[in-house]
Design a binder for this molecule. Structure first.
Ligand code: ADP
Length: 505
C-alpha cells in the first residue's frame, strides 16, 4: 500500500514564526503521474522564408539558420536569415501598403481583417500552441491556456477599437503614424507579436517586425493566417534573423516609430543608434519585480501567487516576481510553504500536459541562469532546489529558492530571467517600499495584504508600471503595460497603447 501523505509529514516546528508550524511534505514517488503528451500536429514546414509583401520570399543572400526544440535540442526547421537588402525590401512593401491601401482604409474595414485574424487564430489554436511549445520550450498548458488565447484576445480587442478611434483622444484629430519597425524577444513569441501588431494595425500603420532568432516559428505561422485572412500585401512584413537583422530593422530610415521589447542592454544600444533622429520609440525592457507579502495576507493564496509569478514560463517573464519581500513575522512560515509547493512542481517535457516548468529557451540562457545562481551561493545566500529528475537532453533548470538574500547580492539586483526566487525580509511598510524600489528597474510589483488602505498606499509609492494586488501576472488587452526607469517607456495595451501608434492634431 502506498504511504499516505500523513505518513510522509515531518512536523518539526519552526521558531520565530507566527502561527502553526508548517509540516514539511516529502512526497517522494506519491505524485508520479503517467505521461500525458499533447498530440496535435503543429503543421511545421521544413523551411521558412521571409514574409514580405504578402508572400513568403527567399532571402536575397540565400542564407538560412537552424531553429531547434530547446527541450530535445533537435532541429525543427530552416529559417531565412534576413540581410540589409531584405529589410529594405520589407520596408518598401510596408510603405507601399501604407500609401496605397491600409493607411487610407476606413477603420471599420481594417477591423474586419483584425477580427478575421483573431478568429482564424482561435480555429488553429491547438496547432499554434504545439508549435509555440516545440520552439520555445514552455509547457503546453501555458501556450494552450495563456499565450494563444491571449494573442487572439489582443486582435479581438484592437479590432473593436479600429472603427472607434475618434474616442481614443476625444476632441483631437487622430491619424496613423505610417510605417513602424518592431523587434520582439523569445519569451512570448506569439503573444508579443500580437501585442505589438494589433494596436499598430488597428490605428492604420504598416509594420516590419522581427521575432527573436530562437523562436521564429509562430510568427511565420501567423503570416499564413494573414494570407488566409486576405490581409493586403505589405501591411505586415516579417523578417527573421539575430541581432544584426534587429539592428537593421531599428536603424532603418523608413520607420517613423520603432518599438522594442527585450533586454535593457540591447534597448540602450538601440536608443543610442537612434539618438538625434525624430523617431518615436517604445521600449519594454527588463524587470526585477518585488512581490511583497504582509503578515495579514492569506498565505496559501500568496504562496501560490508567488510561485506563479516566478516559475510561470520558467521565469522567462520581464515582469516576473523574482524578488520576494516577506514580512518578518511570517517569513519562516512562508518559506516552509514555498518549499512544499516547489517540491511538487513538475519539471520536464513541455509537451506533457502535467508539466509545470518546461525547458529554458536556449543554452546561452541556461548558462546565464547557472552563472547567477552560482553567484548567489558564493555571496552567501541559502539555496533550496527540489530533488526532481531533469531530462538528460535539452535545457532544463530546477526551480530555485534563495533565502537570506541581501540587497547587495547580484541575485537581488540583476535580472536572471529564469526560475529563481530571491527572498528578503522586512519589518515595516516603509522598509518594504524602500527595498522594493531599490532597483534599477520598474516594470511590475505585487502586494499581498488584507488591508485595502495599504494596497492603495503601496500602489502610489511603488515605482512600477504595473502593480498587482492579491494576485500576480494577470493580463488584459485593455490594461496598459509598461515600465519606469530602466524598464523602459511607452505603454502597450488599452487606449494608452493605441496613442503610442497615433498622430494627434
Ligand atoms: P533577451 O535577453 O530577452 O534575449 P535581447 O535584447 O538579446 O533580449 O533580444 C531581444 C530581441 O532583440 C531579439 O529579437 C534579438 O534578436 C534582438 N536584438 C539583439 N541585438 C539587437 C540589436 N543590436 N539591435 C536590435 N535588435 C537586437
Amino acid at each position: 500500500m502506498p504511504p499516505t501523505t500523513q505518513d510522509k509529514r515531518k512536523t518539526a516546528p519552526r521558531a520565530g514564526s507566527r502561527g502553526r508550524a508548517v509540516p514539511e511534505l516529502i512526497f517522494g514517488d506519491l505524485w508520479e503521474y503517467d505521461p500525458a503528451p499533447e498530440t496535435a500536429d503543429p503543421k511545421l514546414k521544413a523551411r521558412y522564408d521571409l514574409f514580405i509583401g504578402g508572400e513568403f520570399t527567399a532571402p536575397k543572400a540565400g542564407a538560412y539558420f537552424d531553429t531547434i526544440n530547446p527541450a530535445t535540442e533537435q532541429k525543427l526547421a530552416d529559417v531565412a536569415l534576413a540581410g540589409q537588402a531584405d529589410v529594405d525590401a520589407a520596408y518598401r512593401a510596408a510603405q507601399r501598403a501604407f500609401d496605397t491601401t491600409w493607411g487610407r482604409m476606413p477603420g471599420r474595414e481594417r477591423a474586419k481583417y483584425l477580427y478575421r485574424v483573431a478568429r482564424l487564430l482561435q480555429d488553429r489554436a491547438r496547432e499554434f500552441a504545439v508549435a509555440e511549445t516545440l520552439n520555445g520550450g514552455k509547457p503546453i498548458k501555458e501556450s494552450r491556456d495563456f499565450d494563444v488565447p491571449m494573442a487572439a484576445a489582443h486582435f479581438f480587442y484592437h479590432a473593436g477599437w479600429a472603427d472607434k478611434l475618434d474616442y481614443v483622444a476625444p476632441g483631437r484629430k487622430i491619424a496613423p503614424l505610417g510605417v513602424v519597425g518592431q523587434v520582439i524577444p523569445w519569451n512570448f513569441p506569439l503573444l508579443m507579436l500580437a501585442w505589438k501588431l494589433a494596436p499598430a494595425l488597428a490605428m492604420g500603420n504598416c509594420v516590419v517586425i522581427k521575432p527573436a532568432e530562437t523562436t521564429p516559428i509562430t510568427a511565420l505561422k501567423l503570416a499564413e493566417i494573414f494570407q488566409q485572412a486576405g490581409l493586403p500585401p505589405g501591411v505586415v512584413n516579417i523578417v527573421t534573423g539575430a541581432g544584426e537583422t534587429g539592428a537593421a530593422v531599428m536603424a532603418h530610415p523608413t520607420p517613423v516609430k520603432v518599438a522594442f521589447t527585450g533586454s535593457t542592454e540591447v534597448g540602450k544600444v538601440i536608443m543610442r543608434s537612434l539618438a538625434g533622429t525624430d523617431k518615436k520609440m517604445t521600449m519594454e525592457l527588463g524587470g526585477k519585480a518585488a512581490n511583497i507579502i504582509f503578515d495579514d495576507a492569506p498565505l496559501d493564496q500568496a504562496v501560490e501567487g508567488v510561485v506563479n509569478g516566478i516559475f510561470f514560463n520558467q521565469g522567462h517573464v520581464c515582469c516576473a516576481g523574482s524578488r520576494l519581500l516577506v514580512h518578518e513575522p511570517v517569513a519562516d512560515r512562508v518559506l516552509a510553504k514555498l518549499k512544499n509547493r516547489v517540491r511538487v512542481l513538475r519539471v520536464g517535457d513541455p509537451m506533457d500536459k502535467n508539466t509545470d516548468l518546461g525547458a529554458i529557451n536556449s543554452r546561452q540562457q541556461l548558462e546565464k541562469i547557472g552563472e547567477l545562481v552560482d553567484s548567489g551561493v558564493k555571496e552567501g545566500a541559502e539555496i533550496f532546489q527540489p530533488p526532481c529528475r531533469l531530462p538528460a537532453k535539452g535545457f532544463f533548470f530546477r526551480p530555485t529558492l534563495f533565502s537570506g538574500v541581501t540587497q547587495s547580492h547580484r541575485i537581488a539586483r540583476e535580472e536572471i530571467f529564469g526560475p529563481v526566487l530571491s527572498i528578503l525580509t522586512f519589518r515595516t511598510v516603509d522598509e518594504a517600499v524602500e527595498k522594493a524600489n531599490n532597483t534599477a528597474y520598474g516594470l511590475s510589483a505585487g502586494v499581498w495584504t488584507d488591508k485595502g488602505s495599504r494596497i492603495l498606499k503601496l500602489s502610489t509609492e511603488l515605482k512600477a508600471g504595473v502593480i498587482w494586488a492579491n494576485t500576480f501576472n494577470k493580463f488584459d488587452p485593455a490594461s496598459p503595460f509598461g515600465g519606469y526607469k530602466e524598464s523602459g517607456f511607452g505603454r502597450e495595451g488599452g487606449r494608452q497603447g493605441l496613442l503610442d501608434y497615433a498622430k494627434l492634431t
